[in-house]
Design a protein around this ligand. Structure first.
Ligand SMILES: [Mn+2]
Length: 197
C-alpha cells in the first residue's frame, strides 16, 4: 500500500501553519500553536485516530484564537485529503460513541467528497481555560470544507464543558480511524456505486 502521508503549509497574513499527517501512524503528536486547549484536543485525534500528527502555527493570537483555530482546521483538512488519496479499498464511513464520566458524544462521518457539517454541542459554559469553545465549530467547518468530508457531531449528554468537547474529539479520532481503514474485501475498489468519491 502506498504511504498515506502528507505535509501541507499554509501562509496568510493572519496565520503561518504547517501540518504533517500519517494516517497509518501510532498516535504520536507534536504541537506548537500557542493554544494549549486546542493542542489537548488535537492530541485526542492523534491518539484515538492512530494518526501521527504534527501541527505548527504562528497566528495572530494578540487578536484572539479565532484565525489560528479556523486555519488549523483548514490546513488539517487539506493534509487529510491529500493523505487519504484515491480512497480505493477504504471503509469510507466511520462512527464512534465515546463517553467520559457523565458526558457522551457521537460522531458519524463519510469520506463522501462533499463537505458538510452538522454539529450540535450544547456547551454548559462558553469557555474552558480561557478558550472560547464555540471556536471548535470553526475548526470543524475548516476541516470539512477542505477534506470534503461529511461530518455529524452530537454531544448527547454532558455537564462538564471540558468533558463535552473531549468526547467529541475522541469520537472524531475513532470515527476517522474506522473510515480510513483498509477493508480487505474492498481491495482496489472505490466504495461508491458512482465509482468515484
Ligand atoms: Mn482533558
Amino acid at each position: 500500500m502506498a504511504e498515506r502521508k502528507a505535509r501541507v503549509e499554509r501562509d496568510t497574513l493572519e496565520t503561518q501553519i504547517s501540518v504533517e499527517i500519517n494516517l497509518d501512524g501510532t498516535g504520536k503528536s507534536s504541537f506548537d500553536t500557542g493554544v494549549p486547549f486546542l493542542e489537548h484536543m488535537m492530541d485526542q485525534i492523534a491518539r484515538h485516530g492512530l494518526v501521527d500528527l504534527t501541527v505548527n502555527c504562528k497566528g495572530d493570537l494578540h487578536i484572539d484564537d479565532h484565525h489560528t483555530v479556523e486555519d488549523i482546521g483548514i490546513t488539517l483538512g487539506q493534509a487529510f485529503k491529500q493523505a487519504v488519496g484515491d480512497k480505493k479499498g477504504i471503509r469510507r464511513y466511520g462512527h464512534a460513541y465515546v463517553p467520559l464520566d457523565e458526558a457522551l458524544s457521537r460522531v458519524v462521518l463519510d469520506l463522501s467528497g462533499r463537505p458538510g457539517l452538522s454539529m450540535d454541542v450544547p456547551y454548559t459554559r462558553a469557555s474552558v481555560g480561557g478558550f472560547d469553545v464555540d471556536l471548535f465549530e470553526e475548526f470543524f467547518h475548516g476541516f470539512v470544507n477542505h477534506s470534503m468530508v461529511t461530518l455529524h457531531i452530537d454531544n448527547l449528554k454532558g455537564k462538564n464543558t471540558h468533558h463535552q468537547i473531549e468526547t467529541v474529539f475522541k469520537a472524531f479520532g475513532r470515527a476517522l480511524r474506522v473510515a480510513v481503514e483498509m477493508d480487505e474485501r474492498m481491495a482496489g475498489v472505490t466504495p461508491s456505486t458512482k465509482g468515484a468519491l
